[in-house]
Design a protein around this ligand. Structure first.
Ligand code: ZN
Ligand code: ZN
Length: 67
């Protein structure tokens, strides 16, 4: 299986407080439920240079996704 290595700390951590990795969008903690985030949360995360939302896993860099 080909898997790109993600440099984000969340993958190696024993305790992860978010469901999704902000860098690659992979699930890093399955015990945390995905959330429905308001758009302003995504806007803030996008400005914080996150490629993916850590709460719902949605890609933040593509424009026009959703609405
Ligand atoms: Zn990652
Ligand atoms: Zn989200």
């Amino acid at each position: 299986m080909l898997r790109t290595r993600c440099p984000n700390d969340n993958h190696g951590r024993a305790v992860v407080t978010v469901r999704f990795c902000p860098n690659c969008g992979m699930v890093v903690n399955e015990s945390i439920l995905a959330k429905n985030c308001p758009l302003e949360t995504h806007a803030r995360r996008r400005r914080g240079r996150n490629a993916y939302c850590v709460d719902c896993g949605q890609g933040l860099l593509q424009e026009g996704s959703g609405r």
